[in-house]
Each structure stands twice: as structure tokens, then as C-alpha cells.
Ligand binder design. Structure first.
Ligand code: ASP
Ligand code: MG
Length: 467
């Protein structure tokens, strides 16, 4: 069996849904398939917006609910041959009615808990799956909507719940064994053991797909999206970026962490556990081979696999002679950052111990500085630490690849390419896994840095694309 997952952009409107159903139809001719769907494009965002509006008594939520219904209804009306159209529309209207009642409740109490928000967010997938399974049915491909809340069981950490793997695997296998026709499974949503609706975190449908695949021992997971696969670098800055044919699970994790938002990072967990390859495919270009993510990768001739980048980051530098040889400063720095809710993206400290540099999202830098100011007030007043330095508008660039491990000369090549391009590097970090060398540059140098590194490792467009 193969598990096919389609994201919101592949479900934007009737035309895209038709493409999706042809892909499902031809996949099923080859082997059994299970389908996992996201909400239609933009719907989850609208649902969350409605919740926010209702909670402050803003009546605009009524218009946004109407917008959601219109998007679905238009798709139904434009899909040819949907014989049971009126039944389907009635079913979608019933769901929207339920949603409206919930939002009305939120409006009345002027408060929307994380628990209620999950229920509101669940409507997108519940609607898209009903629509698509009805259309598949009408094309002569028997399909059934399967609500994942009956089989994916989580804790009650609303907004990003943790899955009970053993129980969920058993329930998924049982449920799908008795499903007649193609199961069209709601991505993203789950439930607690008590049946309370939860969600797996934004973009969690990928994760649903790999949970389903692991539970039934599928041969492959196909994540259908709107790009040809994982790219060697951000194509907005590197025109010659190309689709990477194969990636290891570890490399995919590094790349997805770095904002190459093709796949939800948790997706890799069940896939790695059961060694199931994941394909990234393009609904708009179904003949493109896509990217294969697996355990057994045959790496091409290039020494690195890809270049990732994160924009809008800031550097906070904690510097001072009084830190040298004093244990505990780093511990205090990082626990303070955790207390004030700052997510640390990159760290580096040179062995002189004279400074610790911390990189975080630009929006969190102020809280980092304030928190550290309070925690290290004593050190500051005794000049053991000079004041903190804050540098904004930075970009992290990371070269990623398992082949870098134990192969000398990669950083030499990297930094001489950057040097030749006249790019100033503010900080560098490499973990001992040697799979990732990250460095920090000013935003105005970002495109030039990415291009210089891409050229150094992948050569020109021709030699890169056909490696
Ligand atoms: N619809 C959900 C979201 O927008 C889940 C997904 O798209 O995977 O986050
Ligand atoms: Mg999505």
C-alpha cells in the first residue's frame, strides 16, 4: 500500500481537486492506496481567524465562515458528474452550522481556549475529506471519509498534541482493514482517549500520513505539494537551484528544520521507525520524479546535499572577561532564555570563553536582552560582563549533507567561496554530527552568499541539475 497525502494548495479549487483525483485514480490502478488530506487552501487560517474574531466579539467571523462555505460549495458545483451534489452540499452546510454554533459560544463567553480552538480548526479537514471522497465516488472510484479522531489518539496538549503510537497504530490498522474503498483520511486532527478533539500542530497532515503508513506497513508515503521536490537552495535567491533527487531522513530533518517547508519535521519519526521512504511530489507536475527521502540513499558526486537558510534572525552577544573559567554562566543564560520563551536557533562560543553568541528570531531578541539583563544584573554591575550586543537583520545559512562527515576540505571550500565573494561572517557553528555547518551573515549579503556557496559546491546550472 501507498499513502498519498495532498496539502491545501493541491486542494485550492475544483480544477486542482480534479487533478488530485486523477493522481489517486492512477495510483490505485497499480496498488492499494490510502489518502490523507489537509483542509482546502487557506481554510485553516480562516478558521483560526474566525476563532480570534469571535473571541473579541468581532462579527466579521460570520463573513469568514460564509467564505469557507462558498469555497467548498463552488468546488462542489464545478466538479462534473457529482450525482449526489445536493446530499454533499447539505452535509457541508451541516458542518458549517455546527461550526457557527461553536463560534457563537466563543463570542458569548469572549474566550477561546486551546481546546476549543482545536475543535474549530478541525472543520477544514472534515469538510475537504467529505468533498473529495464524494467526488472520487462519483468518478467510479469508491471512497470513504475516515475521521482520524477515531484512530489517532494523543495526549491533551492542544495545538500540538503528542501521539500514543502503539494505540494509534493498532486502531489505524483495525479501522483501515475494515474500510471498503479508498480511505480518505482527515489529516492534522486527532483525539484524546476520552474523545476530545486535538490537532498535531500546523501542517500536521504530513505527520498523519506517516502515522497511517507506519500503522499499515505501507511501502511508501507520497507527500503531494506544489513544488517539484526539495530544492538545493531557496530559489528566490539562487536561480540555478535544482531538485535534489534523494535525501536521507537525517538530511531531510536538517533541511525541514531550516525552513525548507516541504515537510512537517515530525513526519520523519514514524517513517524512520518503520523505514518507509517518503516521496515529495508535485500535483501540478505529476510526471516529475520528485525527491525520495529514505534510509538507503545513493549520494551523487556533490560533497553537500543542500543549502538551507533562515531569515529574520538576530544575534545576541554576551561578552566579558569575567566569564572566562567561571562555570554556570552558560547554564544561567540558557535557562533564562527558556524562561522568557526565547527559542535559540544557533549558539556559538569560542574556546577563549570570552563571549557566547546566541541567535534567535528577530521578534524574540528584545525579550532575550531584557531577560538576560535581569538575570546577569550582578555580573553587569561588576563589569564581569560588558553590555550585551544586539545585531539585527541577519540570515542563517547552513550547508547540509551526510557526505560531509569525515570528508576534509568542506569548510575550507565553503569559507574561501564566501571570502572570494567578499562576504563577512558573523558567527559559525558546526555540530559534531558534521552534517550541518551553519553561519551567520547580514541580510544584504544573503543572496550573494547563497549563490557563492551554491556555485562552489554544485557548479553551474548544468552540472548541478544533472548530477
Ligand atoms: N490544515 C492544517 C494546516 O493548515 C494542516 C495541514 O495543512 O497539514 O496547518
Ligand atoms: Mg498545509
Amino acid at each position: 500500500m501507498r499513502v498519498l497525502k495532498f496539502g491545501g494548495s493541491s486542494l485550492a479549487d475544483a480544477a486542482r481537486i480534479k487533478d488530485v483525483c486523477s493522481i489517486i485514480g492512477s495510483a490505485r490502478e497499480r496498488e492499494p492506496v490510502a489518502v490523507v488530506l489537509s483542509a482546502m487552501k487557506g481554510v485553516t487560517n480562516l478558521l483560526l481567524q474566525c476563532a480570534g474574531e469571535a473571541a473579541v466579539g468581532d462579527a466579521a467571523y460570520h463573513d469568514h465562515v460564509a467564505e469557507i462555505l462558498t469555497q467548498h460549495r463552488e468546488a462542489v458545483e464545478r466538479l462534473p458528474g457529482a450525482a449526489e451534489r445536493s446530499v454533499l452540499i447539505a452535509m457541508l452546510e451541516q458542518l458549517v452550522h455546527e461550526l457557527t454554533e461553536l463560534l457563537r459560544g466563543v463570542e458569548l463567553v469572549k474566550e477561546c481556549s486551546a481546546r476549543t480552538l482545536d475543535v474549530i480548526a478541525s472543520f477544514g479537514e472534515r469538510m475537504s475529506c467529505r468533498l473529495v471522497s464524494a467526488y472520487l465516488d462519483s468518478r467510479g472510484t469508491p471512497a470513504v471519509t475516515v475521521d482520524a479522531r477515531t484512530m489517532i489518539i494523543t495526549d491533551n496538549y492542544h495545538g500540538s498534541a503528542a501521539v500514543d503510537f502503539a494505540l494509534s497504530y493498532r486502531l489505524i490498522a483495525e479501522e483501515l482493514a475494515q474500510t471498503r474503498g479508498i480511505p480518505v483520511i482527515t489529516g492534522f486532527i486527532a483525539a484524546t482517549a476520552e474523545g476530545v478533539t486535538t490537532t498535531l500542530g500546523r501542517n500536521g497532515s504530513d505527520y498523519t500520513a506517516s502515522l497511517v503508513a507506519a500503522a499499515v506497513g505501507a511501502d511508501a508515503i507520497e507527500i503531494w505539494t506544489d513544488v517539484d521536490g526539495v530544492l538545493s537552495a531557496d530559489p528566490r535567491h539562487v536561480p540555478e537551484a535544482f531538485v535534489v533527487g534523494q535525501l536521507s531522513f537525517k538530511e531531510a530533518m536538517e533541511l525541514s528544520y531550516f525552513g525548507a517547508e516541504v515537510i512537517h519535521p515530525y513526519t520523519m519519526i514514524p517513517a524512520v521507525e518503520k523505514n518507509i521512504p517518503i516521496w515529495i511530489r508535485n500535483t501540478l507536475n505529476p510526471n516529475a520524479p520528485g525527491t525520495r527521502i529514505s534510509e538507503d540513499v545513493v549520494h551523487d558526486k556533490h560533497p553537500i546535499t543542500g543549502i538551507a537558510s533562515i531569515d529574520n534572525v538576530s544575534l545576541v552577544n554576551v561578552e566579558g572577561g569575567g566569564m572566562v573559567g567561571v562555570p554556570g554562566i552558560a547554564g544561567r543564560v540558557f535557562s533564562t532564555l527558556a524562561q522568557v520563551g526565547v527559542n535559540v536557533i544557533m549558539i556559538s562560543q569560542a574556546s577563549s570563553e570570552h563571549s557566547i553568541c546566541i541567535v534567535c528570531r528577530q521578534g524574540q531578541a528584545r525579550s532575550a536582552i531584557e531577560g538576560l539583563g535581569r538575570e546577569l544584573a550582578h555580573e553587569l554591575s561588576h563589569k564581569l560582563i560588558e553590555r550585551f550586543e544586539l545585531i539585527e537583520d541577519l540570515e542563517i545559512i547552513a550547508v547540509i549533507g551526510e557526505k560531509m562527515r569525515g570528508s576534509p576540505g568542506i569548510s575550507g571550500k565553503l569559507f574561501s567561496a564566501l571570502g572570494d565573494a567578499g562576504i563577512n561572517i558573523l558567527a559559525i557553528a558546526q555540530g559534531s554530527s558534521e552534517m550541518n555547518i551553519s553561519f551567520l551573515v547580514h541580510r544584504q549579503d544573503r543572496a550573494r552568499a547563497l549563490q557563492a556557496v551554491h556555485r562552489a559546491f554544485f557548479g553551474t546550472a548544468e552540472s548541478g541539475a544533472h548530477a
